[in-house]
Design a binder for this molecule. Sequence first.
Ligand code: PLP
Length: 388
Amino acid sequence: MGMKDPPRDRPRLYLSSPTMHGDEQRFIQEAFDSNWIAPLGRNVDEFEREVAAYVGVPCAVALISGTAALHLAVKLAGAGPGDLVFCSDLTFAATVNPVSYEGGRQVFIDAERETWNMSPQALEAAFKKYDGSAPDRPRPKAVIAVSLYGTPAKFDELNAICDRHGVPLIEDAAESLSATYKGSQTGKLGRYGILSFNGNKIITTSGGGMLLTHDAASARKARFWATQARDPAPWYEHSELGYNYRMSNVLAGIGRGQLLHLEAHRARKQRIYQRYKQGLQGLPLVMNPCPDNTRPNHWLSCILLDADLSLTPEDLRLKLEEYNMEARPLWKPMHMQPFYQGHDFISQEGNVAADLFERGLCLPSDIKMTDAQQDEVISIIRGLLARG
Ligand SMILES: *Cc1c(COP(=O)(O)O)cnc(C)c1O
């Protein structure tokens, strides 16, 4: 396979890590020069304006994390104690946890093979089951759908179902900023959208997130909740429960600098995906989906091993780890998580999420990876799969 013994001290190759350019410093310096270090300030206002313009939504609210944005979206959708929310099953826990923050209950909707995202058929089946006809079958207050690894979900189908039932769709676009679905940016395709600027995402503020909405009233309400829910009064007056969720002006400066390089990051991620696809051709595997009518941002390149192999993704992961290369199983489905034991799981064509989890692996997709490094990853995978 042309690989020598793995040297002990080779630099770690990451799934996805922050890539800074220097422009970030310029915006941070502005914040320092104007003494606007404290929460809010010009960078926050401009970062919100710039992201809203990029995605094509009227309103954006910069927050401390994508999780905080999801929490406020769940509140805006009106999901409270005892309420049901239909959630993507194959995702990161942050997509679904905020429902529990509000005392609601998740029903998990299976993935489909075509996009790895929420299956419209399974969503339809969930609406049939939870039709309000009995106390244990209440109608849901919201649907939360993710675009996993930067591949957009089938939003036309999901929105049509949600509209028919009069239930708002919350779009978790934490992983998909700059991906498009039928020419539209992800993040604007539901009633509410959320982004993450966590360190591993396509652009980062070290930590941060954003809520995107189509109406100014929702944005105002989110800002109110995110700044301790202070009623208009000279003293601290509170008629609602508040949170300390706003992004700092310093971090928003990092975001403004990163945003200048978003398209370059996306192009680089796409090239990584295409090189994997080319390099792994002929092996018993497929890459994560790239459906017609969508332009994924290729945040992570993933493989799905054929079902009849004796070699497992874990064998591959451990081999790559020997070379100090980071690979990771796909997100473990929520209905398989101990914390969510006993929650309903709606599926239409077998357990797709569990099957993808068992056979899938995320590969190093860091945009600082050189072609030579990526060729090594490819060569290691070829070496194992050609034999096994
Ligand atoms: C990263 C991520 C989040 C959470 O974002 P944070 O900014 O880390 O809170 C939510 N959903 C998905 C799918 C994510 O990948």
